[in-house]
Ligand binder design. Structure first.
Ligand code: DX5
Ligand code: ZN
Length: 221
C-alpha cells in the first residue's frame, strides 16, 4: 500500500486569514500545504509568491510546503522559494529553458524537486531525469483556476507514470492536481497516485455551523 498524503491547495482558502486556514487544515489531518504560484503569463491568473510562503513559515507552519510554480521563466523564483522555506518545488517543463539545470538548482538548495505535466504534456520529459526528480505532478485540469472538473484521461496517464516510477526503483511521489473530490479519490488512488491536491473540495466545503473547522471534510477523504 502506498503512503497516501492529502495536500489541500490554499488557492481556495480565505486569503484574508491564510495562516489560520492553513493551521486548521493541518490540525484536521492534512499532510502537505499545496501552494499555487501563478504569474498571469504561463497561466491566466495571478496569485501569491515567496513572501507569502515565508510568512507561513514565520506564522509557525512546519508541515511540508509544496510550491507548484506556474511561472515562466522559473529559475530565479526557484532561489526565492528555497529561501522562503519551500519543501517541494515543482515546475512545468515548458516553463524552463534547461530542465536538468532547474531540477539541479532545486536539489542544490536542499529542496525536493518535481516536474509537472499539463494534460497534453507527454511524460517523455522524464526520460533522462528520473534520477533527478522527487515528485511527479500530473495536472488533471488545465492549470490556472480551482474548481474545474477532473479530466478522465488523466487516469491512464497516472497508470503510465506509476509504471515508470516502479520501473525506475527511485523514491518518487506521484501527485495529482485538479478536480480531486471525495467521490473520485479512490479511483485516482487505484490508478497509482499517492499524493492528492484538493482545493475547492476542502476549502469550499466548510461546515456551515463552524466554518473554520475542517475535521469532517478532511476525514471524508
Ligand atoms: C490549478 C491548481 C490547483 C487548484 C486545484 O491550476 O494547480 O492546485 O487549486 O483546485 P481544485 O481542487 O479546486 O480543482
Ligand atoms: Zn497546483
Amino acid at each position: 500500500r502506498l503512503d497516501f498524503q492529502l495536500a489541500p491547495s490554499i488557492l481556495s482558502a480565505d486569503f484574508a486569514r491564510l495562516g489560520e486556514e492553513v493551521d486548521d487544515v493541518l490540525a484536521s489531518g492534512a499532510d502537505i500545504v499545496h501552494f499555487d504560484v501563478m504569474d498571469n503569463h504561463f497561466v491566466p491568473n495571478l496569485t501569491i509568491g515567496p513572501m507569502v510562503c515565508e510568512a507561513l513559515r514565520q506564522h509557525g507552519v512546519t508541515a511540508p510546503i509544496d510550491a507548484h510554480l506556474m511561472v515562466r521563466p522559473v529559475d530565479r523564483l526557484i532561489g526565492d522559494f528555497i529561501d522562503a522555506g519551500a519543501s517541494y518545488i515543482t515546475f512545468h517543463p515548458e516553463a524552463s529553458d534547461h530542465i536538468d539545470r532547474s531540477l539541479q538548482l532545486i536539489r542544490d538548495g536542499g529542496c525536493k524537486a518535481g516536474l509537472v505535466f499539463n494534460p497534453a504534456t507527454p511524460l517523455s520529459f522524464l526520460d533522462y531525469v528520473m534520477d533527478k526528480v522527487d515528485m511527479i505532478l500530473l495536472m488533471s485540469v488545465n492549470p490556472g483556476f480551482g474548481g474545474q472538473s477532473f479530466l478522465p484521461g488523466t487516469l491512464d496517464k497516472l497508470r503510465e507514470a506509476r509504471r515508470r516510477i516502479d520501473a525506475s526503483g527511485f523514491d518518487i511521489r506521484l501527485e495529482i492536481d485538479g478536480g480531486v473530490k471525495v467521490d473520485n479519490i479512490a479511483e485516482i488512488a487505484r490508478a497509482g497516485a499517492d499524493t492528492f491536491v484538493a482545493g475547492s473540495a476542502v476549502f469550499k466545503a466548510r461546515n456551515e455551523a463552524d466554518p473554520h473547522r475542517y475535521d469532517g471534510v478532511i476525514g471524508d477523504f
